[in-house]
Design a protein around this ligand. Structure first.
Ligand code: IPD
Ligand code: CA
Ligand code: CA
Length: 267
């Protein structure tokens, strides 16, 4: 994809994301149909589904040869990263959407043959749009985000993470997570993975660590963090698999390896 194609696609994606976001804001106080998916904490609403349908229809009519990998199943069956692929999380942070009516995002990542080209994360209620463009930088509401600081110190860092991972769980040793919580200056948990990636890119937090995210949760955020010089890998430092669930650490580069080496111990 050349710069001109990327710019055109960005303009189009921006228009759709702002339109979908405005619709969500307008209907925020309407009663919702809330159901659960994989477990009792995994919520989905009629608006998650309608929003994904909106994007899928728009993408298919404007770009019939592109693929859609969406959370709610309105997109394509995706088994390969070949071609142009739109990762769509129509509402990231559905629990926040249902309970708090804030701190949720629409997250769209556009990849070509597995390479991240464009990432858009829209904080709907704040009307903040984060954009990452391959080799062209990361932006918040049109203003370029500066590069992340290079000499980070874990003791002076704020880390976004869910408290769940510092309690006994099947995946990692929680005692080491507790040590990490004690080591850093503070922890935060915002409840929308895409928003947490955007906050890493913005330098609001120094890293975000979590053990279970799907490709649509991270596709846009990876590009943003990359463009400000940060790093995103699995929890054991490997490249992410954009077709499957991943453990994820995204952070400014200086603290990345120390978190992996010292604090993430898989069972
Ligand atoms: C969830 C949110 C949440 C993260 C979960 C995700 P959803 O996405 O990003 O912060 O902890 O792992 O599944 O279900 O609200 O789109
Ligand atoms: Ca999500
Ligand atoms: Ca979602």
């Amino acid at each position: 994809m050349n710069n001109q194609e990327r710019e055109q696609m960005l303009a189009q994606a921006k228009q759709w994301i702002l339109e979908a976001g405005a619709h969500i804001r307008e209907s925020i106080d309407q009663p919702r149909q809330v159901t659960t998916k994989s477990d009792a904490k995994d919520l989905v609403t009629d608006l998650d589904e309608q929003t994904e349908q909106f994007f899928t229809e728009k993408i298919r009519s404007r770009y019939p040869d592109h693929y859609v990998f969406g959370e709610e199943g309105f997109g394509d069956e995706i088994a390969s990263l070949a071609g142009v692929l739109w990762f769509v999380d129509p509402i990231d942070g559905t629990m926040n959407f249902v309970h708090q009516k804030c701190n949720f995002t629409i997250s769209i990542g556009i990849y070509e043959d597995g390479i991240g080209e464009l990432g858009l994360i829209y904080n709907v209620m704040e009307d903040d749009l984060y954009v990452g463009m391959k080799t062209q930088g990361a932006y918040k509401n049109g203003t370029r985000l500066p590069a992340l600081k290079s000499g980070g110190d874990l003791e002076k860092s704020i880390l976004a993470m869910n408290a769940f991972w510092a309690t006994p769980n099947r995946l990692i040793h929680h005692e080491a997570m507790q040590q990490l919580v004690q080591k850093v200056r503070g922890t935060r948990s915002y409840g929308s993975a895409a928003l947490e990636f955007a906050y890493v890119a913005e330098g609001m937090v120094d890293g975000y660590l979590t053990m279970s995210l799907m490709p649509w949760d991270i596709a846009a955020g990876i590009i943003l963090v990359d463009e400000v010089g940060g790093k995103t890998t699995t929890g054991d430092g490997k490249p992410l698999n954009m077709l499957e669930k991943n453990t994820v650490l995204t952070s400014q580069s200086a603290i990345h390896q120390e978190i992996i080496d010292t604090y993430i111990h898989f069972k």
